[in-house]
Design a protein around this ligand. Structure first.
Ligand SMILES: [Zn+2]
Length: 254
């Protein structure tokens, strides 16, 4: 009896890994041009002001940024929100197939967030990277906001960066603290509170490292969200609080 159970368990485990391997392999071999289409959407204010570029979900298995920007785009298109000063640029789908199939990388196995140029005038590893680099170069934004998701709350697990705002330069501390204060007012459990991080390793090829090298204003947002550790609606709500706080502080919206 025990042997039979063990055998069934073994078959189940092996089947699971076989299915995982087949689906991952078939994802990596998808050859569809639409996986490399990266669109930007621009919203100009009535008056001049700051330019902010927001990018959602370069990692497809971290979809909250993508859904947040899609929702925001809808509101801007329907004129439920208007930009008063400056320019807002949205890139809601830098990794469209990753979001569709729930994979971190793009087909081909490339991680967009390791494919940005390592040196000034260096090359991008993928078309998706190059589009993002082009959009940043053309628009020279005052700030890039990059949405990612980690697997657990940083205050409870120091190995994960969930619920943190990571800044490259001290000048962004004030605005980041405004965001965490607005967020934490909505969270009763203090262990799930957001915090601001200013010491964080530079990972070569990441958008953060690229912006740092180019002296480009940049903020990294990490919700606690991978594997649905918090519901998607809540993660989108948290991202929306962050965006609204930054746009208000920058006088782009009222
Ligand atoms: Zn990520």
């Amino acid at each position: 009896m025990t042997d039979n159970l063990l055998f069934i368990l073994l078959v189940l485990v092996l089947s699971y890994f076989a299915i995982e391997t087949i689906s991952t392999t078939s994802y990596y071999f998808i050859n569809n041009k639409k996986c490399n289409i990266v669109e930007k959407f621009e919203y100009n204010g009535i008056y001049t002001g700051k330019t902010i570029l927001i990018i959602g979900s370069v990692h497809g298995n971290e979809p909250a940024g993508h859904y947040t920007l899609k929702k925001l785009k809808g509101k801007l298109d329907r004129k439920e929100i208007s930009i008063i000063n400056g320019k807002l640029i949205l890139i809601p789908s830098p990794n469209p197939c990753g979001v569709q199939y729930n994979y971190r990388e793009i087909p081909g196995g490339h991680d967009i967030n390791r494919g940005f140029p390592y040196v000034k005038d260096g090359t991008s590893r993928t078309e998706n990277n190059q589009k993002i680099v082009d959009y940043i170069t053309e628009s020279q934004p005052d700030l890039v906001i990059d949405f990612h998701e980690a697997y657990y709350f940083h205050k409870m697990n120091r190995d994960s960066w969930g619920s943190t705002i990571i800044i490259n330069e001290p000048k962004y501390k004030k605005i980041a603290l405004k965001c965490t204060s607005a967020l934490n007012k909505t969270i009763t459990n203090k262990k799930k509170h957001w915090s601001v991080i200013s010491h964080f390793d530079q990972i070569p090829g990441s958008l953060r490292s690229y912006c740092n090298m180019m002296k480009q204003g940049y903020i990294l947002i990490e919700t606690t969200g991978q594997r649905n550790v918090q519901k998607i609606d809540r993660r989108v709500e948290e991202n929306t609080i962050i965006i609204n706080t930054i746009l208000k502080q920058s006088k782009m919206i009222v």
